[in-house]
Every structure is written in structure tokens, then in C-alpha cells.
Write a protein that binds this ligand. Sequence first.
Ligand code: FAD
Ligand code: SIN
Length: 531
Amino acid sequence: MKHYDVMIIGSGAAGLSVALALPSELNIVLISKSSIDESATFYAQGGISAVMDHADTTDAHITDTLIAGAGLCDVDAVTNIVSNGRDRIEWLIEQGVPFSTRTSRSGVEEFHLTQEGGHSHRRVVHAADATGAAVEKTLVKKVKELPNVTLLERHAAIDLIKTKKTSSSSFKCVGAYLYDSINSAIVTIAAKTVVLGTGGIGKVYLYTSNPDVATGDGIAMAWRAGCSIANMEFVQFHPTCLYHPQAKTILLTEALRGEGGKLILPNGDRFMQKFDPRAELASRDVVARAIDHEMKRLGIDCVHLDISHKPKEFILRHFPSAYETCKKYGIDITTSPIPVVPAAHYLCGGVLTDINGKTELDGLYAVGEVACTGLHGANRMASNSLLECIVVASSAVNSITTDLTMDFLTVNPPEWDESRVIQGNENVIISHSWDELRRLMWNYVGIVRSDKRLGRAKQRIELLQNEINEFYSHFKVSTDLIELRNLALVAELIVVSALRRKESRGLHYTLDYPDKDESTFKRNTVININT
Ligand code: FAD
Ligand code: SIN
């Protein structure tokens, strides 16, 4: 068993930023389920929101975030994160992230800022339309240069280990069990502090913009360890993912609409102005629901996103990745509209933390999409996620270093016990359950919900969980099994939370309660395994 000062689980913007900001005398292990750069961060397109323009203000960014959050944002968290945005962007620039620039009318080189839904100003810093890849590659390179950081790729954290603290009856997180998928072996790691940076849950839905690693592992592990989980009903569906039979869902950045892209029906008519005066730049919940409504009303498989009225040179400069990706599927975005559908994109809820990423379990932090700090409330504004990752990573590091000096106990967690399990030979059960779960979540727990659909989903998830738990207790683990067990739990948490919210707010829309109920439901949905 290896001992570290800090174990970071996840190598996206959150995990990497924590690793880079921790003091160099600490002994750190960074765990990644796949290759180090495989993460939602890598695929982020539009950019990172921050107040960079003289005409913009922190107050305006705060107000826009609160409006999008539909009454559930934590004002202190919003104020803290937004106020620290510019400073953290400057830190990314120091690390070497090549953000796009432009020459101003007065001849000064400045950052090009794009516009996205819900933002009242241009405030999204970006690297063309592949911001995430630029951030991820830069931070990975920097982390690899750190001699105090051990990288463990293709290791999936299975569960957290907690023990009773010597001086009191409360618990402390002291490490985690990992599955090493290269050697098919279990590894036990002890650490004084564990940071979850495991990202989101998109794979619980059939159609998603998320990469395969987004299976809610961090939320599931924290839940089993007794942490409170908040606001799981608020799943964001991105309005515009490429619709093509051969394409696994591919996102088409909101910046396309920010730069003038229009949503149209098969007959060429625009429709967003019927739903919101901000039309294509309304917040995501509004746009995704409008598209869903039009698709169901007309019985069509997709709508179209059209930017072809813009000069070709402009499109190639701002959206080179979208251009190349669509070209592979035979679509020239400089001349034709792009077929698009909504897909599961982002979870606003997660492991309940304070503004420093501290969870309720001593020694455990959660940073990034896995966490619920209160920034997003009932609906995240575009490009506020990467902002949260980099700002909270920095405040978490301050808190972790204080904690470490206060509590210097060395721990010896129990080793993993495999004595009663055998090698499984029925992988078809795992793949079938994956498919069934994702399909039922898409059909019953999607953009538009009802008590009846949620009730059906709950029953079916319970049946699946019984089968999965039986499988889990008899057979050796594999990455697929670990992920399936976590996905089923995350599905249950989403459904349970959605059933509790008897109103429609932000990303949660139900036919049974189509209005907001301010007197009863202007509060977070907080659930815990012990209550
Ligand atoms: P991730 O970047 O997802 O990283 C999670 C890491 O945890 C991965 O390394 C993964 O392998 C690892 N992991 C997971 N489970 C385990 C486990 N059990 N054991 C070990 N490792 C594990 N947001 C914006 O602000 N701006 C954008 O322009 C933007 N565009 C987006 C475009 C796409 C296509 C997608 C999918 C998301 C986009 N988002 C955007 C959202 C944003 O990218 C994510 O919310 C953010 O990158 C999450 O960062 P993270 O570090 O929390 O998680
Ligand atoms: C996009 O580029 O449209 C994604 C932005 C985000 O999810 O914040």
C-alpha cells in the first residue's frame, strides 16, 4: 500500500488545477480512469466566462448567473467565483494556454471574447472553438513536469475509504480502492486528503455530449461514504448536438449562435422568437425545451442550425473544429444548415461542498462538475463550468494546505477483500443493463418529465440495481461493472430528486407542475444515504 499527502481522482480542469497549485513539497498522486487527457474538459468548445472587457462588470456577470440559476444560486458562491475569474484566467495564460486574440481598432492586441446564451456581454475567453483541448493539453504538460506528482492512468477509483478519527466519533476519508485496468488488479492507496475531480454523469443518458468517462463515479462514491448530494434533478441538455446516424453525439458550440447562427425548421423558418425574446441566445433550458417541443409537434428527427450566411473566412477562423468535424459527415457549414438535436450535457447538482470544495466528510474535497457549490442553481450559464473548476481548485488548495498542517496522522486503510468473488463470464448482462438504463433515463427522465414517467423509471432502476448489486457481490470488478453500478445509483438519485420537486424550475420541467412554486420549492434538494 502506498501513502500520499494528497490523492486527486480525475485529470480534467479541476484535478489538474489542484495538482498544479498544491505546494511542491507535498507528495501527490493523480488518478485517471482512462488516458490522462480523456475528460469532458478536453472536449469543451465555447470557452471560459470571465469579466475581461472594460465595458463589462463583475456585477453584470453575477446578475446573469443568478438569472440563469432561477432562484437557487448561492449568492456568496456566485460572487466569490465570478470575482476571481479574471485572476484565474491570467493564471491559465501564465501556464501557457493559447487563448484567441484580436487586434483592436486602436491597434492593441487583446483577447477575443465571444458571446453565449444568458450572458449580457461578450465575456467568453476561448481558443477558437477547441478551448478545452488547449486547456487540457497545457495543464497536462505542466503536471507531467512536476517531480512530486505520481500519475496513475487507467486506474478507476472504486470506493473511498473512511475511518473513525482517533480523537472523536466522526469519520475521516483516508484513501480509496482503485481498479488497475492494465493489470486487472486492485490497488489500495492511503492519503491524508482526497480530492474528487471526477466530472459529470452524461453517460447515464442515451444521447450525451459527454465522453465515456462521465459516469458519475465521484458522486456515487461520495454518496456511499455518507456525503450529502444536492440538486440532482437539474440536468442540463445542450440544445445543439450534431444529428447524424454515424456520429456519436458531437457538440456544436453555443458560440455558433453567439456569433449569429440561427435555429430553423425543415421549411427554413426560425422559431426561437416564439419562445423567448432573446431567441437563439435564450438560456439553454429554454432553447432545448423549444427544440424538443418543435420536434414533437412536427414529428421531425432534428432541427437545423444555420451559420452559412456568415462569410466563409469568418466561419473558418472562429469555428475550425466545427467545420472539420461536420465536413467528415458530409456537411459544409459554410454553405448548409447543420442537423441538430439536444443531448444530456452537464449536471448542475453533485456532492454538496462549501466554496472551498470541502465536503461534509473530513479529508474529502470535491471540485468541478462533480461538486455542487451553489454557483449554478437550477441552470448553469454557458462557460461558467470551466470557470468554477479553476477558481474552486485554487480555494480548495488553500484549504487543503491548512488542513494538512493541522492533521498529520498516518493511516493504514484495510486492504480490499476479494476472497469471496470469482471471475465473471456473463458480460452480456453488464452491456444489456447499461443500454437499458441509458434508454429509460432518456425516455422517462429527459427534458420534459411527469410523475408517471419518473415513477416508472424508479421501479425499473430498482430492478436493475438489484441485479447489478448481486453481480457486484459475486464477481470480480471490471471498469464496466464499476461504472454501471455508479450509473444506476446516479440514475436513482436523479429520479428521487426529480420526484421531490413538485414544480418546474430551471432545468427541471414537469408536465404535472408546470409552474414555479416559490413558497415551497425555492430551496435545494439535498439527499443523504443516512436520512
Ligand atoms: P472532467 O474534465 O470531466 O474530468 C473528469 C476526470 O475524472 C477524467 O480524467 C476522468 O477520467 C476522471 N474520472 C472519472 N471517474 C473516475 C474514477 N472512478 N477513477 C479515476 N478517474 C476518474 N464548460 C465550459 O465552461 N465551457 C465550455 O466551452 C464547455 N464546453 C463543453 C463541451 C463539451 C462537449 C462538454 C462535454 C462539456 C463542456 N463544458 C463546457 C462543460 C465542462 O467541460 C465540464 O463541466 C468540465 O470540463 C468538467 O471538468 P472536471 O475537471 O470537473 O471533469
Ligand atoms: C458550448 O460551447 O456550447 C458549451 C459551453 C458550455 O457548456 O459551457
